[in-house]
Design a protein around this ligand. Structure first.
Ligand code: PEP
Length: 249
């Protein structure tokens, strides 16, 4: 069976109640393929999750942008996986490069978070990707392998994981990876999963691309054999997100 296309919208730390309502109105009015063809998941800041859940069309879903690494408790400012599950939030983004680099989250910590979120019944969009310095020094594949291994070491099933390849140099910069660059890393990630997890997982796990995807460049990337969708930042706040949802058609 083919892998279902997946389009995630990461709203990051943006939005007011009014802006959220406007984005939802655009999404709710959009002509898109059925949920059998594309998974659409939007990820507002925590505080807007209930509002988005209450307004969003039922064939689209929501993701949190992070969660705490273990059970909740005395961790001021954190939100636990249990709380997300309790709210009926099905997805969570873990390991975004902004958290790795700005908040110093290590690959091991991210692996623990993915494992804990899965154990609480959440589905996970797990992010990996190299910095510009790492790409220029020729270590892209080693970096994404190590980040993926740190996750694989902690989990026993990839059924509820989508792997997002997001080169840091492409995030929010307007410099999208070329189709050849994206395909190469996605292919190598699938090879890593084949060698280190299983042939079945390598075949079934969705590997999505993120980094300056927009309504104009999505179509060419969507046709790549090892690319199963997108994680979109800036353009997910704009009407062109609908074009990205429709890019696999
Ligand atoms: C992201 O933040 O995950 C992202 C891909 O951002 P952008 O699309 O703005 O590059």
């Amino acid at each position: 069976m083919g892998r279902k296309f997946f389009v995630g919208g990461n709203w990051k730390c943006n939005g007011t109640t009014e802006e959220v309502k406007k984005i939802i109105a655009v999404l709710n009015g959009a002509q898109v393929p059925s949920g059998d063809v594309v998974d659409v998941v939007v990820s507002p800041p925590f505080v807007f999750l209930p509002l988005v859940q209450s307004l969003l069309r039922s064939d689209f879903h929501v993701a949190a942008q992070n969660c705490w690494v273990h059970k909740g408790g005395a961790f001021t400012g954190e939100v636990s996986a249990e709380m997300l599950a309790n709210l009926g939030v099905p997805w969570v983004i873990i390991g975004h490069s902004e958290r790795r680099l700005i908040l110093n989250e290590s690959s091991e910590f991210i692996g623990d978070k993915v494992a804990y979120a899965l154990s609480q019944g959440l589905k996970v969009i797990a992010c990996v990707g190299e910095t510009l310095e790492q790409r220029e020094s020729g270590s892209t594949i080693d970096v994404v392998y190590a980040q993926t291994k740190a996750i694989a070491d902690k989990i026993s099933s990839w059924d509820n994981v989508v792997l997002a390849y997001e080169p840091v140099w492409a995030i929010g910069t307007g410099e999208v990876a070329t189709p050849a660059q994206a395909q190469e890393v996605h292919h190598q990630l699938r090879k890593w999963l084949h060698r280190n997890v299983s042939a079945e997982v390598a075949q079934s796990v969705r590997i999505i691309y993120g980094g300056s995807v927009n309504g104009s460049n999505c179509k060419e990337l969507a046709g790549l054999p090892d690319l199963d969708g997108f994680l979109v930042g800036g353009a997910s706040l704009k009407p062109e997100f609908v074009d990205i949802i429709n890019s696999s058609l």
